[in-house]
Design a binder for this molecule. Structure first.
Ligand code: SR1
Ligand code: MG
Length: 402
């Protein structure tokens, strides 16, 4: 039995050499630790001679972003590798291939995607990805439908809920998204120029009610196997390919949480345009592209989900007239609410996003932050009244002009 230890680059090379059928026995491998996320080590292993490469991802027993004072279960590596393999059974072209998972080292061996870029970085360079909405809408429709009571055997689903119980990672989300931002928590990271806006949020009881309702939904609704952290840093992209990575927060929760996370991150980039583009017309044009993408993501998701429901549904009551419409409207409303929560937490919670924090000019950054907060809080307050994705888009558009 191997005992857990965080690998060094040399140990990562030695481990990779032992993997069957990947590198030649005499291959000269190099390793670079490239993990830039909050939690894990990521080794990029390459063999110059054959051109072969792969990724070794290893969970650390603590949250890297905070340090060893924040212990974190290694079981998240199992959850991630099992979620990736399940997602691959629904849409293999949209996730990295997993070659192996080593429990004792909390280590997953997977396909190297370095010909793609992290989508957040691509958006920060104002790149456009015309195939993205189709890819991600399909990913969400398939993974959320086929892991729900609508798309699989309902007894097997209960067992699958057990397979993906993920209490420690869920607690991070419960705290950082549905609690800390709404009170003066030491976990928050508030820039001085935002103190008035944040203080107003801490006093806004109408807003707190909506957040409490969304938090309750996150805590209690075992609807589908979620990715659990579907932001633009969890997506590798290039013109003709999208790969969803990093599902270590996977658990059974409400569908709208994944969709909302994705839309929130597009809207955070929308808000960040304040700082990235000085040319008014260029900024307006990229914002238009982002809102069109938001709409298309929802439209593809809804269309694909309805098709799966019509063709593959397992629930005996699913043909009840108007049930499908009721169901999708509820998913839409929760998507909008969760999107709002995901925006607010990234502005002054523990963990921010580079789209916003990377704006060097403090006054442009403040404008972007206030815009994100205005959109996020409006989405939260509006979510239970929503009946169309156009309402989310109108909120984003109106906030940017006011
Ligand atoms: C302590 S982890 C902070 C954040 O990083 C991940 O990407 C999740 O979004 C989590 O909330
Ligand atoms: Mg991650």
């Amino acid at each position: 039995m191997t005992t857990y230890r965080a690998l060094t680059e040399a140990e990562a090379i030695a481990y990779a050499k032992e993997l069957p059928n990947i590198f030649a026995a005499d291959a000269q491998l190099t390793s670079r630790e490239i993990g830039d996320g909050n939690l894990n080590l990521v080794f990029h292993i390459t063999d110059e001679q054959s051109g072969r490469s792969l990724i070794l991802k290893q969970a650390l027993p603590y949250a890297k972003v905070v340090g060893e004072s924040w212990p974190l279960t290694l079981d998240r590596a199992r959850i991630e590798s099992e979620a990736l393999q399940l997602q691959a059974s629904f849409c293999p072209e949209l996730v990295p291939h997993v070659f192996a998972y080593e429990k004792d080292l909390a280590l997953t061996v997977m396909e190297d995607l370095s010909d793609h870029v992290i989508m957040r970085k691509g958006l920060m360079e104002n790149n456009r990805y015309p195939l993205f909405a189709g890819h991600i809408g399909t990913f969400m429709a398939r993974t959320l439908f086929y892991t729900s009571d609508l798309g699989m055997n309902q007894q097997k689903k209960k067992l699958q809920v057990g397979q993906f119980i993920n209490p420690e990672l869920c607690k991070i989300t419960e705290d950082l998204i549905f609690d800390d931002p709404y009170r003066d928590s030491p976990n928050n990271n508030v820039e001085a120029h935002l103190k008035d806006a944040v203080a107003a949020i801490w006093k806004d009881h109408d807003l707190h009610l909506e957040v409490a309702i969304l938090r309750n939904t996150f805590l209690t609704r075992a609807e589908s196997l979620l990715h659990g952290d579907l932001h633009t840093g969890s997506i590798f992209i290039k013109a003709d390919s999208t790969k969803v990575i990093d599902p270590e927060f996977a658990y059974y929760g409400p569908m709208g949480f994944d969709i909302g996370a994705l839309l929130a991150n597009l809207l955070l980039n929308y808000a960040a345009q304040e700082g990235w583009s000085t040319d008014e017309a260029e900024r307006a044009d990229y914002r238009k592209y982002l809102l069109e993408t938001v709409k298309e993501v929802w439209t593809v998701f809804e269309r694909e989900f309805r098709t799966l429901w019509d063709n593959d549904v397992t629930d005996p009551m699913s043909e009840t007239p108007a049930y499908q419409d009721w169901y999708l409207n509820r998913v839409l409303q929760e998507t909008i609410g969760f999107a709002g929560c995901k925006m607010v937490r990234r502005i002054y919670g523990l963990s921010h996003v580079a789209d916003i924090d990377g704006i060097e000019d403090a006054s442009a950054r403040e404008k972007a932050q206030r815009l994100a907060l205005a959109i996020g809080t409006s989405l939260i307050k509006h979510h239970r009244k929503a009946a169309s994705i156009d309402e989310l888009i109108a909120i984003a558009r109106d906030a940017a002009v006011s």
